[in-house]
Design a binder for this molecule. Sequence first.
Ligand code: KG4
Ligand code: ZN
Length: 344
Amino acid sequence: MDLVLGIESSCDDAAVAVLGDGWRVLGEAVASQADDFAAWGGVVPEIAARGHVAALPGLVERALAEAGVGIGDLAAVAVGAWPGLVGSLLTGVTAAKTIALRRGIPLVAVDHIEAHLAAVHLGRPEVVYPLVGLVASGGHSHVYLAEAPGRLTLLGGTIDDAAGEAFDKAGALLGLPYPGGPQVDRLAEDGDPTAIRLPRSYLGDGTLRLSFAGLKTAFLYAIKGPQGRQPVTLSPQGVADACASFRAAVVDSLAGAVVEAAQQTGVRTVAVGGGVACNRGLRRRLADEAARRNWNLLLPEPRHCADNGAMIAALGHARWRRGEVADGQLAPLPTGRAGPRRRG
Ligand code: KG4
Ligand code: ZN
């Protein structure tokens, strides 16, 4: 079996995984700093990077131990090298380089966004391409046409905020702990999605552009009055209704874009990745659309939708097999390299 080690450190989670043959998850270890950042209301890059430096060696050991293999058994090491917080990325890139140089094995640089879609390979021996893929995370909300792992054409996406960022801001507005996305999702389960009328950001003009800035402002005014300055005086049921209304608006937008992309391309395999793909409302809605439209819907398990090492190893495996390996000059980049190109 080909064993690839995947290292992820782009934001506030450090994660390492051992993957067999590009799809079998053999060992995983994660060190999340999300709780530490709750007090700050967001990620502090310098603290995140220092946390990763301390955590990574132990995570590598734990992932290898869980897989029951030694570092000498690895065929390649893959690392999320862009985009992300550059100090955080640097810690993973340095760890991966060290292992690759020390063991004399190939080093593979992986794009974090592309890796979110490669998560569909985890636990699945075969994935048939092409597929339409939505990546919805804290920094991205984009729809792609994928011809192979990491071979993506951008079809469209948000022109302002990302879906996860919008969820987090809605949560902060309601006084919920950071990160708001999972909290809003959880409370939405007991709320009425029609309680507050909110705009749908999907522009519906066939261009696959999304926008969440207007939704965020409309939500602010709905919760804190026309000036956006009144204190929040919602009852617990009012908070649940607000969460449900906000989630419904985001889900309508994201699902609308995916439906449009599937129609435009004629592709019936649909994949979703990124932290927002954990959202229960979005998962149910996409399952409904898939049943109605006869899609083959590929939804990774929630732990593989959020940032994880296995998705890095999955894309790393595919790139390594295609000969796309990096050298010792590899340096992380905050914004990504050339990035996937827009169609047309
Ligand atoms: O992919 P990810 O773990 O990190 C980035 O690459 O950004 O995504 C994190 C984002 C955060 O904004 C978080 O609030 C959001 O995903 N998120 C959710 C849920 N779980 C995580 N948003 C809505 N509903 C959820 N259940
Ligand atoms: Zn991510």
